[in-house]
Design a protein around this ligand. Structure first.
Ligand code: SF4
Length: 341
C-alpha cells in the first residue's frame, strides 16, 4: 500500500483527485499529519467518515516503532526505528544551544564504502522513501513532545544516491504547511557525487551543502573514500565552485581528522591551497573509532593546530563538538551492534 507521507502537497492534491476528492482536502490532511501529528486516519475529524475510509483503503501512515533508544549524558538520543518491512534505521537527536537537530538516514545501508564509517559493514538494502525520511522527524518529535529546529542528512546512506526521494522529503519538511522547517536549517552531506551536486544547485532549495572531503590529494582520498575513484578532488572542487556560483550559498567541508593519516600541517597547508578564495567553512571532526576500523582519533593538540593553521590562513574552520560518544553515536554503530545481538 502507498505511504501517504511520500507525497508533497502538490502530489497529494493529484492523488486525491484520482479518488474523486477536492484539492483542499490535501491541505487538511497535511495539517493533520504535520501540525497535529496524528497517527491514524480516524483522528482526522474534519474529514468525512467516507473519506477517512477511502484513505485507509488506499494508504498507510507508516508510523515507525522505536526498537531501541539510547540516551547520552549530554542529552543526545539515538533511535533505532523499525521501518515496518523487517529493516531498521538509525536517527540521532542532538541538543545544541540553538535548538534540537536531528540527523536522519536516507538509505538502509550504504553503497559508498567510506573506510572510516561504521555503515561500511552494513550492506546496502534499499533507498528510504520520502515518507520514511519525513517519518524520522515526526517520530522523534512525537517521542520528545517538542519541535525539531534543524535537520542534517548525515545518517546512514548517501543522500545524493537517493536523490529524488531526498529532494521530495526536503520539500515536505520545508513546506510551511508541512513540517515548516526553513531550508536554511536543513543540511545535506555528500561524499561527492559530482553530477548530483549540479542537479542540486539547480533545484532552487536554500539548504546547506556539506562535502565530506577528508583528504587533500587523490591517493589519500581514494584510500579513505572509494567514491574518489569516480570523481577526483579537482572535479569535485570545480563542482563546488560552480554550486557556489549558481546558488550564492556557502559550502561546508567536512574533514575527519585521523591520527598519522591526514592530520599534519602539510595536509592543512594543502587544504588551504585547495579552498583558498572559496565561499566555504571547514568543519573539523575528531574521527570516531569504529570496531576493526583502521583509523584512530587525532590528538587534541593536532586538531587544534590544524584548526589554527586554517584560520590563520583565511579559511574559517571550527571543531565539531563530539556528542553522544558514550552511546555509539557514530553513524551505523547502533544498528551494527543491534544486528549482531
Ligand atoms: S560516510 Fe556516509 S556515504 Fe560514506 S559509507 Fe558512511 S554513510 Fe555512506
Amino acid at each position: 500500500m502507498k505511504n501517504i507521507k511520500d507525497y508533497d502537497l502538490q502530489e497529494l492534491k493529484k492523488e486525491l483527485n484520482l479518488i474523486g476528492e477536492k484539492p483542499f482536502r490535501a491541505e487538511q490532511i497535511f495539517k493533520w499529519l504535520y501540525e497535529a501529528k496524528v497517527k491514524d486516519f480516524d483522528e482526522m475529524t474534519n474529514l468525512s467518515i467516507e473519506l477517512r475510509n477511502k484513505l485507509k483503503e488506499n494508504y498507510t501512515m507508516c508510523n515507525f516503532n522505536i526498537l531501541k533508544k539510547q540516551e547520552s549524558s549530554d542529552g543526545t538520543k539515538k533511535y533505532l526505528f523499525d521501518v515496518l518491512d523487517g529493516n531498521a534505521i538509525e536517527t540521532v537527536l542532538m541538543q545544541y544551544h540553538h535548538g534540537k537537530t536531528i540527523c536522519v538516514s536516507s538509505q538502509i545501508g550504504c553503497k559508498m564504502g567510506c573506510k572510516f564509517c561504521a555503515s561500511t559493514g552494513i550492506k546496502f538494502i534499499r533507498n528510504l522513501t520520502s515518507g520514511e525520511i519525513v517519518e524520522q522527524v515526526l517520530a522523534v518529535e512525537q517521542d520528545i513532545g517538542e519541535r525539531i529546529s534543524n535537520i542534517v542528512f548525515m545518517g546512514i546512506g548517501e543522500p545524493l544516491d537517493n536523490y529524488d526521494n531526498v529532494i521530495n522529503a526536503i520539500r515536505i519538511i520545508n513546506n510551511p504547511k508541512g513540517l515548516n522547517i526553513g531550508a536554511r536549517h536543513i543540511s545535506l552531506s555528500t561524499s561527492g557525487i559530482v553530477p548530483k551536486i549540479y542537479d542540486l544547485a539547480n533545484e532552487n532549495i536554500q539548504c546547506t551543502l556539506s562535502i565530506s572531503l577528508h583528504a587533500t590529494n587523490n591517493e589519500k582520498r581514494s584510500s579513505m573514500m572509494p567514491v574518489n575513484d569516480a570523481y577526483h578532488i579537482e572535479e569535485l572542487l570545480q563542482a563546488c565552485k560552480d554550486y557556489i556560483k549558481i546558488t550564492n550559498r556557502r559550502i561546508s567541508f567536512e574533514y575527519a581528522l585521523a591520527k598519522d593519516n591526514n592530520d599534519n600541517l602539510d595536509d592543512a597547508k594543502q587544504l588551504v591551497k585547495l579552498l583558498k578564495g572559496m565561499l566555504c567553512h571547514v568543519n573539523l571532526i575528531p574521527i570516531n573509532k569504529i570496531e576493526n576500523g583502521e583509523y584512530t582519533k587525532s590528538t587534541n593538540e593536532n586538531i587544534i593546530k590544524f584548526r589554527d593553521y586554517l584560520n590563520e590562513h583565511g579559511i574559517v574552520a571550527t571543531i565539531r563538538r563530539e556528542l553522544g560518544s558514550d552511546i555509539d553515536a557514530a553513524c551505523g554503530q547502533l544498528r551494527r551492534k543491534n544486528l549482531k545481538e
